[in-house]
Structure formats: C-alpha cells, structure tokens
Ligand binder design. Structure first.
Ligand code: 4NP
Length: 157
C-alpha cells in the first residue's frame, strides 16, 4: 500500500499528514506494509524542508517531520500509489486534471471526505498565524486516523 498526501506547496499541510500517518503506522508496527509520502501540485518550494510552523506544531504533539523535502507530484505518483489524498478541493481538481489517465491505479480523494470527515477542506494555513497550524494539525490527525482504518479494512480483504 502506498499513500501520497498532496497539497499546494508541500511545505505546510501534506508534510504534516505524512508525519502523522507515519507516526500512526509505526504505532501499529505496519511500516513494512504501508508506504507514506507527500507532494505538492506546485513546484515553488521543491527541495525545501517543511514550514517551520508545521515542524513546530508536529513536534509539540510528538510527531517528527525530519528528513522531509518538498517535491512536485509526478506521473509515477499516479502509477505507483494506491491513494492520492488531497488536502482541499483545489488540490483534488488539480490532481484529477493532471492525471496521466491510462493504467493509473491511484484513487484520488479528499482527506476529510466521508467516511473520515465531513467533506471539508483542510484550510491552507500559509498566510495565517500559529493557531491555524494547530487547527490543521487536529483536522489532519482525525483524517489520518480515519484513513488508516479504511486502509486496514482493505489490507484485511
Ligand atoms: P501548503 O501551503 O499547500 O499546505 O504547503 C502553502 C505553501 C506555500 C504556498 C501556498 C500554500 N505558496 O503560495 O507559496
């Protein structure tokens, strides 16, 4: 199973989602079964580490974003992933438009889509304050818990 989280810049939201799902997967001891990555629809921040505010909020909850570097989504993400998980509806529509279509296996979904959430976006916190990052953290944590349950059901099928 391979999961790639996708936001716009791959420096704020999707790095948090990657760190949180890795943390939850490690808690269950499933690292050999579930591969986790993240990417951005845009390339402006390629090569950069996550935003320091994402690193800080993750750290305050015991989650590490060490070693992460931003990158843009590639065709391989569509061919080699089971899930491409978008943070908001803009990311979702960009991913759908960009799809190389033939032979892709990835399912493209919103992180907070039912049954995991309430069909809401994870808001872009880039231009806001620290409180926005805490809210994003809480939303992404809930979304990742739900996603892991869904993945677990599929692994057991
Ligand atoms: P992200 O946040 O998509 O959660 O990584 C953003 C990061 C950078 C920009 C926008 C959103 N930007 O415009 O540079």
């Amino acid at each position: 199973m391979r999961v790639v989280f996708v936001c716009l810049g791959n420096i704020c939201r999707s790095p948090l989602a990657e760190g949180i799902l890795r943390y939850l997967v490690a808690q269950k001891g499933w690292q050999s079964q579930i591969e986790v990555d993240s990417a951005g629809t845009g390339a402006w921040h390629a090569g950069e580490p996550p935003d320091r505010r994402s690193i800080a909020v993750a750290k305050s909850h015991g989650v590490s974003l060490d070693g992460q570097r931003a990158r843009q989504v590639t065709d391989s993400d569509y061919f080699e992933s089971n899930w491409l998980i978008a943070m908001d509806k803009n990311n979702l529509s960009t991913l759908e438009r960009r799809s190389p279509t033939r032979g892709t296996q990835a399912r493209i979904e919103l992180l907070m889509a039912a049954p995991r959430g309430e069909h809401q976006d994870v808001p872009d916190p880039y231009y806001g304050g620290d409180q926005g990052f805490e809210e994003v953290y809480q939303l992404v944590w809930r979304g990742c818990e739900g996603l892991l349950e869904q993945i677990e059901q599929e692994l057991n099928r």
